[in-house]
Design a protein around this ligand. Structure first.
Ligand code: SAH
Length: 224
C-alpha cells in the first residue's frame, strides 16, 4: 500500500532524529495534522511548515511539535497546561501520549489548553469534539499568560507563542519535578526554545534547546 504524505513526513522526522520516542511517533500517526486544518489548507498539511489558521496565527510546523513534545518527556496520566491552543492539533498529539485510548480511562491524564482569541477557542473546541478528544482536552478561552489557576499545579506546561520572559504565574503553577517548554525572546526576530525543570525544592534549572520563530504571546505577561 502506498504511504500517505503524512506518514512520509513522520518517517522523515524519524530519519532526521527529530522524532525519537516510539510513543511520540505513534501519537503523530494517530493525530494527523490535516484533521485540524480547514479544507483550503489540506494541500499543505503534510509539509513541514507552519500554516496560517486565521487571526494572524499559525498551526505549528510538525518538526517543532516533535521537538517540543520530546523535550516535555510526556507520560501517561500527566496533567498538562498548554498556552495557545490555536487549532487544537498540538494538544491532540500530547493527549495521544498522556491519555491513550488503549490505556484504562482511570489512568488518563488531561490537557487544559488556553486560547486568547475567542473565535479560535470556539473552533478548536469543535475540532477536538469532531476528532474524539473532548474527554481528554479542555479548551479555555482566556489569557493563558496567567496560566490556568483552576486546575493548577501541572506536571507539564507548554507555551506555543513567544514570551518576552517566562510568565511568573506559569512557574508558580508547575509542580515540583515538573517541566515547562517555552519560547523566550523578542518575537520580531527569533526566540530561544527553553526547557525549565523545577526540582523537589522548587529550584528551577534552565536549558536552551535552540532558536525558533513563533507568533507573539499576548496578554498580561505577553509582548508589549
Ligand atoms: N498550538 C497551536 C498553535 C499555536 S499558535 C496549534 O496546535 O495549532 C499560538 C497560539 O497562541 C495562537 O492561537 C494565539 O492566539 C495564542 N495565544 C497568544 N497569546 C496567548 C495568551 N496570552 N493566552 C492564550 N493563547 C494565546
Amino acid at each position: 500500500m502506498e504511504k500517505t504524505e503524512w506518514e512520509k513526513l513522520i518517517d522523515n522526522l524519524v530519519r532526521q532524529g527529530i522524532l525519537v520516542s516510539p510513543k511520540l511517533v505513534q501519537a503523530m500517526r494517530k493525530a494527523p495534522r490535516y484533521k485540524f486544518l480547514p479544507d483550503n489548507s489540506q494541500p499543505y498539511s503534510a509539509k513541514d511548515i507552519p500554516i496560517p489558521i486565521g487571526y494572524q496565527q499559525t498551526i505549528s510546523a510538525p518538526h517543532m511539535v516533535a521537538i517540543m513534545n520530546e523535550a516535555l518527556q510526556l507520560k501517561v496520566g500527566q496533567k498538562v497546561l498548554e498556552v495557545g491552543a490555536g487549532s487544537g492539533w498540538h494538544a491532540a498529539t500530547i493527549a495521544e501520549v498522556i491519555a491513550p485510548k488503549d490505556a484504562p480511562r482511570s489512568e488518563w491524564g488531561h490537557i487544559y489548553s488556553v486560547e486568547i482569541v475567542q473565535a479560535l477557542a470556539e473552533s478548536a473546541k469543535k475540532i477536538i469534539l469532531k476528532n474524539g478528544y473532548s474527554d481528554r482536552i479542555t479548551i479555555i478561552n482566556a489569557d493563558g499568560s496567567n496560566g490556568y489557576q483552576q486546575k493548577a499545579p501541572y506536571d507539564r506546561i507548554i507555551v506555543t507563542a513567544a514570551a518576552p520572559k517566562v510568565p511568573p504565574p506559569l512557574l508558580d503553577q508547575l509542580k515540583p519535578n515538573g517541566i515547562m517548554v517555552i519560547l523566550v525572546g523578542d518575537y520580531a526576530l527569533f526566540q530561544i526554545l527553553k526547557r525549565l525543570t523545577k526540582d523537589e525544592n522548587g529550584k528551577i534549572k534552565q536549558e536552551s534547546l535552540g532558536e525558533v520563530a513563533f507568533v507573539p504571546l499576548k496578554g498580561k505577561y505577553g509582548q508589549a
